[in-house]
Design a protein around this ligand. Structure first.
Ligand SMILES: [Cu+2]
Length: 143
């Protein structure tokens, strides 16, 4: 008889632990970013486990913001796509596994825009169908 540690479950546990710590970091950032959005604000978006955290992003028209896209998966590449038929915010950014990419946005038109991951699993459905989508809300600047 052989005794062996199921490495798969250990990896899963580690992934869960790191996901949890990312969540904790996010809560700290979330509580710090209450109130008015400043031009230097960094909004961190986690891409992993087939979801965006948070899946709702709020920006203010006329203000620039830095979005930090963090891929928390160790082997799955993700993508961050914004759909905007005016073309202003339209973009598609690939975020390799375990890496992060900063993007700068300065929206001018208030509205709601669809965001999603454009990647697909081999021979399977899209990441978007698995839940990797959300909303970018651009609020009008306060008078
Ligand atoms: Cu993805």
């Amino acid at each position: 008889m052989q005794t062996s540690i199921p490495s798969g479950s250990l990896t899963k546990r580690l992934q869960r632990t790191s996901a949890l710590s990312f969540l904790l970091i996010l809560v700290v950032i979330g509580s710090r970013s209450q109130g008015a959005q400043s031009d230097n604000e960094v909004i961190e978006i986690l891409l992993g486990s087939y979801e965006f955290i948070p899946n709702q992003i709020r920006l203010t028209a006329g203000q620039s913001a830095k979005l930090r896209l963090v891929n928390t998966d160790s082997i799955i590449p993700h993508n961050f796509t914004i759909e905007d038929n005016t073309g202003e915010l339209d973009l598609s950014i690939d975020v390799p596994a375990g890496e992060s990419v900063d993007i700068h946005l300065k929206p001018t038109r208030p509205g709601r825009y669809v965001i999603y991951c454009a990647n697909k699993m081999l021979f399977m459905t899209s990441h978007r169908d698995h839940g990797m989508e959300g909303t970018l809300i651009v609020e009008p600047s306060s008078p």
